[in-house]
Design a protein around this ligand. Structure first.
Ligand code: ZN
Ligand code: FE
Ligand code: FE
Length: 200
């Protein structure tokens, strides 16, 4: 008679899923880096790629600690997120908009990982696997930092730049439906509008 699986079994399963997710990401991050126009964004993806390789090794260490074979189990969740990221890259967006979309794709992946590692840390602690919990927490902190770095880049100019191309007229004005307003009511003259729309 088959015995019911325990939280420990679920934990090992989740580790295998996450191991596979990290390995998928080591293939996807170079694509995001290559598609990025902003050098800072490219650097962010490339440095997170390096971290991700370390995260893969960290999971291998954890399997060893738990006397488990190093084995992945296909992670459908991250595969879907990566698919969506790839489809964004085939769009013909202006440079800043493409970067904004790559950030959005990257942050979806980071949040998915944060959810996975949050669970893994909690389960490891609950079962007294404190060494594994510590390693998993290190990765969780890296995922959070990667997510914050992407927010900083988005807020630090990329979104504004993309928005100024979408809405060249008085882009700093946050009044609703500004694009629909007649040009004569714009606070800035036509020449400054043209200059803004050309700005990269
Ligand atoms: Zn256990
Ligand atoms: Fe990761
Ligand atoms: Fe990550």
């Amino acid at each position: 008679m088959a015995e019911a699986g325990t939280l420990h079994d679920a934990f090992i399963d989740e580790l295998r899923d996450t191991y596979d997710a990290e390995r998928q990401l080591t293939k996807a991050l170079p694509k995001l880096a290559k598609a990025a126009c902003s050098p800072e964004l490219r650097d962010a993806f490339e440095s997170h790629l390096e971290e991700t390789r370390t995260q893969v090794e960290r999971l291998e260490t954890i399997f060893g600690m738990l006397d488990e074979k190093v084995r992945g189990k296909h992670c459908d969740g991250i595969a879907g997120i990566i698919e969506e990221g790839k489809s964004v890259m085939t769009e013909e967006f202006d440079e800043a908009t493409m970067d904004a979309c790559l950030i959005a794709a990257g942050q979806r992946a980071e949040h998915y990982e944060m959810a996975a590692y949050g669970t893994l840390v909690a389960w490891a602690n609950a079962m007294g696997h404190t060494d594994a919990a510590e390693l998993l927490q290190t990765t969780l902190d890296e995922e959070k930092a990667a997510d914050e770095k992407l927010s900083t880049l988005a807020d630090g100019g990329i979104n504004e730049q993309a928005a100024s191309t979408a809405h060249p007229v008085d882009v700093v004005d946050d009044a609703p439906a500004r694009a629909a307003r007649p040009a004569s009511k714009a606070t800035k003259g036509p020449s400054s509008t043209a200059a803004k729309s050309r700005r990269r």
